[in-house]
Design a protein around this ligand. Structure first.
Ligand code: FAD
Ligand code: NAD
Length: 467
């Protein structure tokens, strides 16, 4: 079995790379060790977490928002088993959709663990240890990542869990202790807080979502506190133990004083680490970086071995599905001799809490550090007619524009449907729009997107209309 391209790993990086290769006329194979395609994103990441976020939001609204809209409910309850089953149905529909796309694009799927025999031969080993060899002129490594763990805090997958187990619990926790106030912690923490769990977040840094613009973390923390979440910022976890159904987490505050929390589940969400187990990279002379175990690549995403590329979570950069997809397309086009381009500064970051958080470009902190002179335009959702109608008054849009040229340098928003709204900012910035350019484009009324225009108006000449 000889191919132009073999892709190892079928997550959003791998399957998009395979489809783009096939579109470009390259004979393509994809190797996946699991029985279903789609990788972390479709099976235990983006899709199942969003399914549970949507279900829990419906419940939360029914319990807390319906009355204000004049809707009365006789009896409200949670069938958690059904909620988890629905999540799985959503996952199954998505993963079988990828199987269909492989067939449609005539991509051969080889199920089993892929490992290098040499730079163009991949041995595919199935669960029953039978092995097949396939060869490819090019190989794309898209093996993704797995949850990081803390050496002093062993994960038993029952009471001390990662996001993977948090997506398949059989009960709503009474008290969920989260280690890490990043994206996974806050999204899955929101799910269980909405369903009635007490949720405590222990975060090492002095704010939640610490890599995003600080104003976003502050606003999100305010909203999540209203949801009943407790935050222990600047705290360092030192250990956890399980006794029956009880987990005890020990941690130190900033002054070094020892504290502890007891709960029924503890979820560790302190980042993810690149996954290269089983690839036998040593056979082709690739050494992973010590920190994060990522595969080093050049500007064409080619490894130190000619014809072997790597994309997605397994290489440098943000661990995001759309970044992996963009790199999948990029590498396929490089192999086909084209000259694609990715603007890494314009890959948006989103947190699917409610309100949603979304950002693209430079943060204020980064602009200060770079010494760039910038202007700020902000618009609060409480001044938006659309947000008043829906009752989503928390949050704002903040636009950062170059002080002299007015070019938009960063957009940071927290508010209703911010995840969808950020696309306008990405497009504007891809075309190097000024804040004024956005103000000159018509925005339908009433929509949440008017907040983006108003923030741009505020940045242009402080001339927002509705504040
Ligand atoms: P992966 O999706 O991890 O896929 C890698 C695949 O390779 C896996 O299927 C694996 O089984 C396979 N594999 C590994 N080694 C081998 C081998 N030797 N042989 C054969 N197969 C192999 N990102 C977003 O952008 N938006 C979100 O909303 C979002 N939500 C998330 C929620 C959670 C709970 C988690 C955990 C992650 C989330 N992410 C989200 C991150 C996103 O899932 C990853 O960035 C994305 O899946 C990375 O894609 P990838 O193709 O690089 O790798
Ligand atoms: P993260 O990097 O977003 O957050 C980890 C958090 O844990 C950070 O705030 C960090 O300061 C904190 N932390 C680290 N060590 C700690 C310790 N010892 N004690 C207390 N806190 C500690 O990582 P994550 O939430 O695990 O998510 C992993 C990856 O998955 C991220 O790169 C993210 O991009 C991706 N993801 C994306 C989405 C999305 O796009 N909506 C959703 C989920 C996951």
């Amino acid at each position: 079995m000889q191919y132009d391209v073999i892709v190892v790993g079928s997550g959003p990086g791998g399957y998009v790379a395979a489809i783009r290769c096939a579109q470009l006329g390259l004979k393509t194979a994809i190797v996946e060790k699991y029985n279903t395609l789609g990788g972390t994103c479709l099976n235990v990441g983006c899709i199942p977490s969003k399914a549970l976020l949507d279900s829990s939001e419906h419940y939360h609204n029914a319990a807390h928002a319906f009355e204000a809209h004049g809707i009365k409910l006789q009896k409200l309850g949670i069938d958690f088993g059904r909620m988890i089953k629905r999540k799985q149905e959503v996952v199954d529909a998505n993963t079988s959709g990828i199987t269909y796309l492989m067939k449609k694009n005539k991509i051969d799927v080889h199920q089993g663990v892929g490992s290098f025999k040499d730079k163009s031969t991949i041995v595919v080993t199935k669960g029953d240890s039978t092995a097949t060899e396939i060869t490819g002129k090019n190989v794309i490594i898209a093996t993704g990542s797995k949850p990081s763990s803390l050496p002093f805090l062993p994960i038993d997958k029952k009471r001390i869990i990662t996001s993977t187990e948090a997506l398949t619990l059989t009960e709503v926790p009474k008290h969920l202790i989260l280690i890490g106030g990043g994206v996974i912690g806050l999204e899955l923490g929101s799910v269980y807080a909405r369903l009635g769990a007490k949720v405590s977040v222990i975060e090492f840094m002095d704010g939640i979502i610490p890599t995003m613009d600080k104003a976003l973390g502050r606003e999100l923390q305010k909203v999540l506190k209203k949801l009943g979440m407790d935050f222990y910022l600047n705290h360092k976890v030192t250990g956890a133990s399980v006794k029956g159904k009880e987990v005890t987490v020990t941690f130190d505050n900033a002054k070094g004083e020892k504290q502890e929390l007891k709960g029924d589940y503890c979820m560790v969400a302190v980042g993810r680490v690149a996954y290269t187990d089983g690839l036998s990279l040593d056979k082709i002379g690739i050494t992973v970086e010590e920190r994060g175990r990522k595969i080093p690549v050049d500007e064409h995403l080619e490894t130190s071995v000619k014809g072997v590329y790597a994309i997605g979570d397994v290489i440098k950069g943000a661990m995001l599905a759309h970044k992996a997809e963009d790199e999948g397309t990029f590498v396929a086009e490089i192999i086909a001799g084209q000259k694609p381009h990715i603007n890494y500064n314009l890959i948006p970051g989103v947190v699917y809490t409610w309100p949603e958080v979304a950002a693209v470009g430079f943060t204020e902190e980064q602009l200060k550090e770079k010494g760039t002179k910038y202007k700020v335009g902000s618009f609060p959702f409480k001044a938006s007619g659309r947000a008043r109608a829906s009752g989503d008054l928390d949050g704002f849009v903040k636009v950062l524009a170059d002080a002299s040229t007015d070019e938009i340098l960063g957009v940071h928003m927290i508010g209703p449907r911010a995840a969808d709204m950020i696309a306008e900012a990405v497009i504007a910035m891809e075309f190097r729009a000024s804040a004024e350019d956005v103000t000159r484009a018509s925005h339908a009324h009433p929509t949440y997107t008017e907040a983006m225009r108003e923030a741009c108006l505020a940045a242009t000449e402080n001339r927002a209309i509705h504040i």
